[in-house]
Write a protein that binds this ligand. Structure first.
Ligand SMILES: C=CC1=C(C)c2cc3[nH]c(cc4nc(cc5[nH]c(cc1n2)c(C)c5CCC(=O)O)C(CCC(=O)O)=C4C)c(C)c3C=C
Ligand SMILES: [Fe+2]
Ligand SMILES: [Fe+2]
Length: 324
């Protein structure tokens, strides 16, 4: 079993963040503009300034006990806990990052060194996007390109309304709400954004986000307006999927909605986008606009619901291996 996530910088310093952003933003699945046009902009404008700001943001959410970014810590724990369930059956588990460490290449080599000639890969993105899922798969196959004898590979599809995913989200909401001293008037479902052109060209991401939102509303017995879907984390000047989370949330107090909770069902693990952009920046914007109560529902992280989900995603494939 191979788990693939996005990746994160090694530390919060300028050079580490720059190296990470350079690799990420040079991926042609992420920025589709021709390199001759994009690379000079990336180097002159983005990589000279953004690593400072992003590094400060990462520093605010860094896990100082593990000395790693939360995305790294949770992905590692997901792999370790899945391993506790699968390795007794002789199924090794590894994890790799699309950008940064440990690389997908290292993870594949780890599994092959442990004798695997059949690898099941789960890209840890509940909703499919070419900018995330496809590039994770590209990188996996890139590692195999030079092998004479390739392992058998399965890439598990996205799981926007898989029952185990919706169950884990539902549990995370119920547990979080039980801790709160207030009753949220809205539960905002905020997903990572995507340029609108990606969807126009056939990326199913927006439709898969809508499937997640609809299934979660049904599980929680909420009406559509009680669980609005929004998109965060814009990058660059183009139009991205709408409504944008920040202006949407800032407009709520004027409508009498001053107590909200936010869930981010596009992320399997808490990361800079959830803990800082939503947990810090969005919270401040909501309070400044007249909000009174703001709560975050944590991502699935290393909850038992998350590990149940990973095990259920894996099972159909690993069972067939054992019987063959
Ligand atoms: C054009 C730029 C970007 C696209 C397209 C994009 C799509 C996309 N990203 C995620 C998930 C994550 N993105 C994260 C960070 C992040 N994303 C971008 C840009 C694009 N993302 C940047 C520049 C960054 C770095 C942070 C920053 O400098 O602001 C993360 C968190 C990583 C971490 O280390 O914590 C995740 C997760 C999805 C799901 C997605 C498309 C659907
Ligand atoms: Fe992103
Ligand atoms: Fe962001």
């Amino acid at each position: 079993m191979l788990l693939i996530n996005l990746g994160t910088p090694d530390d919060t310093g300028y050079f580490s963040v720059r190296r990470y952003l350079q690799e990420f933003l040079s991926d042609r699945r992420v920025i589709e503009a021709p390199p001759a046009i994009w690379q000079p902009i990336l180097h002159a404008a983005v990589l000279s300034r953004r690593p400072f700001q992003s590094g400060e943001n990462y520093a605010r959410i860094w896990d100082r006990v593990e000395n790693a970014s939360p995305l790294f810590v949770y992905t590692k724990r997901q792999a370790e806990q899945l391993a506790e369930r699968l390795e007794p059956e002789g199924i090794p588990v590894a994890y790799g990052m699309r950008y940064g460490k440990p690389s997908i290449k290292a993870a594949v080599e780890n599994l092959m060194d442990r004798g695997c000639d059949r690898i099941v890969s789960i890209p840890l993105y509940p909703q499919y996007s070419a900018t995330t899922t496809a590039t994770a798969n590209d990188q996996l196959f890139r590692r195999l390109m030079r092998l004479r004898r390739q392992p058998f590979i399965t890439t598990v599809p996205s799981f926007p309304d898989h029952p185990a995913f919706i169950k884990a989200l539902e549990t995370s909401v119920r547990e979080r709400f039980a801790e709160l001293s207030f009753k949220p008037q809205r539960l905002i479902a905020s997903y990572h954004g995507l340029p609108k052109t990606c969807v126009e060209q056939g990326d199913p991401y927006q439709e898969e986000c809508a499937r997640t939102t609809k299934a979660l509303a049904k599980a929680l017995d909420l009406r559509d307006e009680q669980l609005p879907m929004t998109f965060q984390s814009r990058f660059g000047p183009m139009e991205w999927l709408q409504p944008y989370t920040a202006p949407f949330v800032a407009s709520l107090p004027a409508q009498g909605i001053t107590k909200i909770a936010v869930i981010m069902p596009g992320f399997m693990a808490d990361c800079i986008e959830t803990l800082d952009e939503i947990g810090h920046e969005l919270r401040d914007e909501f309070m400044e606009a007249g909000g009174e109560e703001f709560a975050l529902v944590p991502c699935l992280n290393d909850s038992s619901g998350a590990i149940d989900l990973l095990e259920e995603l894996a099972r159909p494939y690993v069972t067939s291996f054992r019987s063959s």
